[in-house]
Design a protein around this ligand. Structure first.
Ligand code: NAD
Length: 471
């Protein structure tokens, strides 16, 4: 299988200010405001994904060694159908939203009017390089904004394809794609935008937030971190093991909401590990995952080395897997029982097919383990008892939660997606995304036919008494 090496894509920083200025001129001309323009762009994005899906699958395979069906499902089909859904609901979302007017302000009419923010910058990572660029772009366009899109240089074939196709399917007067690496992102962040939407690591999220603060630009940070899984004693262990193993297998664990580690009691741990091993073995179907076309590669040698480092230094017991090869960008699905909580595998986001299993004494213990650490992007609970599920949700914080499965809470477009605390802030998907990229302008309209003198100075004793009684 051919892989691109990690490169810095074309990086013409001199043109960045011009590109942003051109897109701003497009926005200022009023081009992006009519619903017809917005719908045309959304239809263009959807058509691009559908008609060029073979080329997108090939680019994803080249960048990540993604199985074609995983690339198609996560980066093409679900993205196109969410874009279609946005287009379907857009006319309703754009309407003014009436709100109640209190007696003291009547007569009058009040409403929230969603208006575009202006020029938005969207910076995407490499792990789902189409989805994580185009879904925020779609809601930004739906909200009537102009966009500058910056795909990840770590997925160079996909970045180049997006840069080639976007101008053919969308209006380049208000939608520009800028390819490049850190220098390009840094230069982009020097410009003034009206909104910045960043997806990627927490470390870079801090840099983006600082840069945004220079122009007081609002932003969304879609970050990562360690997403824990609590497997309660009441859980259906067989289903839990299969679903958690799938969450680690998918994209070789390189998913922001991949299950990072599992907390389980000693009573069920060994049986659960056995079931996990069986699930991984079933997925591999008797083949070596190094060459299995259904198993994604690690994105590059640097990340493979990083994962080898996690495997080398944890003081736990490897129950399954443990092998890796830097040249092949391969790390075997691996289960580690009770690694040292201070070791890198329990301190850093794993972002690879390694699954630590932590033995806990009780549900309370599991909850403390989670709450002693930064708020995760996702928290998973496997349990059959509703009171246990509610107890976990009530006593923890997380960007999102999926009960008795992993990752799938991203799919319903009406569930706002985002982090909390160190896993980020801001929400998108569906209408939450439209609202994120809108200025929800507050408007109160008063008629002039009635204008009682009561509320104006001079505040006589009689008027004051009446006002006090009224309020
Ligand atoms: P990455 O290396 O592709 O970086 C993301 C983007 O940031 C790229 O476009 C890159 O050019 C830019 N960038 C990198 N360094 C920069 C710098 N110093 N200044 C400005 N811009 C810079 O991706 P990554 O960060 O390796 O992505 C993996 C991380 O992203 C993981 O932590 C993962 O959990 C997180 N993630 C979060 C989500 C989410 O939706 N919350 C989704 C996917 C990934």
């Amino acid at each position: 299988m051919a892989f691109h090496t990690e490169t810095t894509a074309p990086n013409d920083t001199a043109n960045i200010a011009d590109t942003v200025a051109a897109v701003r001129a497009g926005f200022d001309s009023g081009l992006t405001r009519p619903v017809s323009w917005r719908l045309d762009q959304l239809r263009g994005l959807s058509a691009m994904l559908r008609t060029e899906s073979d080329r997108f699958e090939a680019a994803l395979a080249s960048d990540l060694g993604k199985p074609s069906i995983e690339g198609y499902a996560a980066d093409i089909a679900t993205v196109a159908s969410e874009i279609d859904d946005i287009a379907k609901h857009l006319p309703k979302w754009m309407k003014p939203r009436r709100v109640k007017v209190p007696l003291t302000v009547q007569p009058g009419r009040a409403y929230v009017l969603p208006q575009p923010l202006g020029v938005t910058l969207i910076i995407a990572p490499w792990n789902y390089p189409v989805q994580l660029l185009l879904l925020p772009a779609a809601v930004s366009i739906a909200a009537g904004n102009a966009c500058v899109l910056k795909p990840s240089e770590v997925a160079p074939a996909t970045s180049a394809l997006l840069a080639e196709l976007l101008p053919r399917f969308t209006d380049s007067k208000a939608i520009a794609t800028v390819e490049g690496g850190v220098d390009t992102s840094t230069e982009l962040l020097e410009q003034r935008f009206d909104y910045i939407f960043y997806t990627g690591s927490t470390a870079v999220g801090r840099i983006v937030h600082q840069a945004a603060s220079r122009h007081l630009t609002p932003c969304t940070l879609e970050l990562g971190g360690k997403s824990p899984v609590l497997v309660d004693d009441s859980a259906n262990l067989e289903v839990a093991a299969r679903r958690i193993a799938w969450g680690k297998w998918l994209n070789a664990g390189q998913t922001c909401v991949a299950p990072d580690y599992v907390l389980i009691s000693a009573t069920h741990r060994d049986r659960f590990v056995e079931l996990l091993e069986r699930s991984f073995a079933e997925f591999a179907d008797g083949t070596d995952t190094r060459t299995n076309p259904d198993f994604t590669s690690i994105v590059n040698e640097r990340h493979t080395e990083r994962l080898r480092g996690l495997l080398a230094n944890h003081n736990g017991t490897v129950a399954f897997g443990g092998d890796s090869d830097v040249a092949d960008r391969w790390v075997e699905p691996t289960i580690i029982i009770d690694p040292d909580p201070d070791s890198p595998v329990m301190q850093e986001e794993i972002f690879g097919p390694i699954l630590p299993i932590i033995t806990v004494d009780s549900l309370a213990d599991a909850i403390s383990f989670v709450t002693d650490r930064p708020h995760p992007l996702a928290l998973y609970v496997f349990a059959e008892h509703d009171d246990t599920i509610e107890h976990v949700i009530d006593h923890t914080s997380a960007g999102g939660t999926c009960i008795n499965h992993v990752i799938q809470h991203l799919l319903p477009s009406d569930l706002p997606f985002g982090g909390v605390g160190e896993s980020g802030f801001g929400r998108y998907h569906g209408r939450a995304g439209f609202d994120t990229f809108s200025n929800l302008r507050a408007v109160l309209k008063k008629p002039t036919r009635i204008d009682p003198k009561l509320v104006y100075p001079p505040y006589t004793e009689k008027k004051s008494k009446l006002i006090r009684r009224f309020l």
